[in-house]
Design a protein around this ligand. Structure first.
Ligand code: NAD
Ligand code: ZN
Ligand code: ZN
Length: 336
């Protein structure tokens, strides 16, 4: 089978011919139909973060495809099921986080496309219990970006506890942000979209954003203050400066939700303002299997739109350059 492999951190990804993997007793073999390119895959291939992946590995955690083989003890899926392979490739199932509904905090988790091989390949194996069913009514091309960009942005709107009538500012209208605009609208918020690219902002408007701010042209903190400030700031821009701006945009009682993971990852938060304004700063990491089921259900009901362009797996290095340059609409999806 064809697979995109990181053989050395920071080097171009190689297309290799590999053996189709055999599912172990708890796994299923999935024939991949569509596989989204998340900015996290770039961080992984570059080794941007303190905990680095070990090459060689196959990136990709927005994989969607058909179950073609079952491990001997699998009961969660059947042959022919369409499933998603998300970032949470496996968790222990027994720790305090797994049992209290916070499985994405499990300390024994495996991550698809990072600590275990992911979905940039014609076939992938996944723990059957962590492969999430893609329901009828959600096309594989849409399901792929929903499996991380949708899931993560949905979860961050949830942990922000957005109330109807609040103002939510979304920093970064890429894969995650273009869906966050829609989830924030669904819970009744007024939405301000911030990006450094006018085309991304035009997209945000078409998806329901009430206001847009180009942070390359004006100071977003001033522009957001002029709009009345924000109750929730969602940080998806791969730029530390955007975290500082997001914080400074908040009204009293505001919540800053940290989601993006830029390589030079430090933000500077004034203690005085945090305390006096009663600001909450919250980290949000992907979402649970249940969250993803909810994301798929909303999409099947026609409540969300995925904006994506197709590519071939052989174009993986060009696709990474396109995503880094910000020259794509919102998401790229490898189609098989
Ligand atoms: P993306 O490249 O599709 O989107 C980033 C957007 O930010 C782009 O539209 C870009 O134009 C915009 N941007 C860049 N600099 C900006 C600035 N200074 N101000 C405003 N906007 C700016 O990336 P993505 O796939 O949406 O991922 C975003 C980040 O989230 C990445 O760091 C990724 O690793 C991280 N991520 C985190 C989680 C999690 O669970 N916490 C999950 C998925 C992705
Ligand atoms: Zn656990
Ligand atoms: Zn992702």
């Amino acid at each position: 089978m064809k697979a995109a492999v990181v053989t050395q951190l920071g080097q171009p990804i190689e297309i290799q011919d590999r053996q189709v993997p055999e599912p172990s007793t708890d796994q299923v073999l999935v024939r991949i139909e569509a596989s989204g390119l998340c900015h996290t895959d770039i961080h992984a291939a570059h080794g941007d973060w303190p905990v680095k992946p070990t090459p060689p590995f196959v990136p990709g955690h927005e994989g969607v495809g058909i179950v073609e083989k079952l491990g001997s003890s699998v009961t969660a899926h059947q042959l022919g099921d369409r499933v998603a392979i998300p970032w949470l490739g496996q968790a222990c199932g027994d720790c305090r986080y797994c049992v209290d509904g916070r499985e994405t905090l499990c300390e024994s988790q495996q991550n698809s496309g990072y600590s275990i091989d992911g979905a940039f390949a014609e076939y992938a194996v996944v723990d059957a219990r962590y492969a999430v069913t893609v329901p009828a009514g959600v096309e594989p091309f849409d399901a792929a970006p929903l499996s991380c960009a949708g899931l993560t942005s949905y979860k961050s709107v949830k942990v922000a506890r957005v109330q109807p009538g609040e103002t939510v500012v979304v920093f970064g209208i890429g894969g995650l942000g273009h869906l966050a605009v829609q989830y924030a609208r669904l819970v009744g918020a007024t939405v301000i979209a911030v990006d450094i690219d006018d085309e991304k902002l035009a997209l945000a408007t078409s998806l329901g954003a009430d206001h847009v701010v180009n942070a390359a042209k004006v100071d977003p903190v001033v522009a957001i203050a002029d709009l009345g400030g924000a109750d929730v700031a969602l940080a998806y821009a791969v730029a530390p400066v955007a975290f500082n701006q997001a914080f400074a945009s908040l009204n009293r009682g505001g919540r800053l939700i940290c989601v993006a993971l830029p390589a030079e990852g430090t933000m500077s938060i004034p203690i005085f303002d945090t305390v006096l304004k009663g600001i909450e700063i919250i980290g949000s990491i992907v979402g649970t299997r249940q969250d993803l089921a909810e994301v798929f259900r909303l999409h099947a009901q026609g409540r969300t739109r995925v904006i994506a362009e197709g590519r071939k797996l052989e174009q993986v290095n060009d696709a990474i350059e396109e995503l880094r340059a910000g020259s794509i609409a919102a998401r790229l999806v490898f189609e098989f």
